[in-house]
Design a binder for this molecule. Sequence first.
Ligand SMILES: [Zn+2]
Length: 363
Amino acid sequence: MSDEKTQVEAARTSFTTDFARFVDLNPAGSSLSDAEALLREVSELKVRHTGKKSAIAATKKLIGKVPAEERGEFGQLVKSVENEITSGISGAEARLNEYISRARTERDRLDVTLPGRRPPLGHLHPITLVREKIEDIFVSMGYAIEDDREIETDYYNFDALNIPEGHPARESQDTFYTTTGLALRSQTSTVQIRAMERRGVPIRILAPGRVFRRDTPDMTHTPMFHQLEGLCVDKGITMAHLKGTVTEWLRRLFDQDTKTRFRPSYFPFTEPSAEFDFSCFKCHGTGKYEDARCRPCKGSGWIELGGSGMVHPNVLRAVGADPQVYSGFAFGFGVERMAALMYEIDDIRYLFENDVRFLEQFA
Ligand SMILES: [Zn+2]
């Protein structure tokens, strides 16, 4: 029967050789896909060494051919080798299956204790911040916020504002015109005319908006900028109301001790006209800040802000209001200049470059 025993030993040797690398298999540290590949190899070994066509299956057929007195011993040998093969394979399968199952759970795990990924929050542009602060003050004083179109006819941009034909502001070197002769509004005063036509008088409005002028961009000029204009028309409105309103607004924006001053000037749409300044919010009019020349007011203690005046009778007539009955004041200034002062921005072009590193500072 030594031939039969040799066959059984050959089956065992063949399995031991194939299975050698799985005997002490420790999948720890291998990737999920590597572990899955190992499991496939073990399955192939299982077919090759325990299937119907395996060497050990062939030796079972020899049991009947062995002499009866040796049959028991031979049967036990076959059985023990078969056990050795199947237990080796099922042990490796169990280790790999357990590892794969844990690795899959790990891969699919959702850690609910991790902080969420927040989308980055934006914030308002400094121009908008300044505009909204000023709007809030005027709304609390009974003013309505008005906006209107940015492309205007000559009539609204000039004629109705008492800017006659031939006035230098109407020249194409100062104002942008479309090919069909419409003007990009050069001041928000156009909104005053349209609002008075629509609402009539009395009226109290604040008109913030973009305006356009043919300027070469530099530290203090851009061809597009924002203006804020106020208009108040009623019976008995005087220059005292203008001064009181502008002073109150600047006090609410900066400080209760803010002073204003008005210097005679000329604008076509107001008569009399005045430019207005206010005492510096940083040095409180002293011109010095921390023993150095104050920056926003350049050491003068005063900051020049905008233009103002009593609405010209011709402007009132243009919207059908009787200048014998009604009077009013108007004022306006540039929002970029105001933002540059408040945030100490040296070059207003930064406000339009949309550089996040600059804009982030105003969160
Ligand atoms: Zn100052």
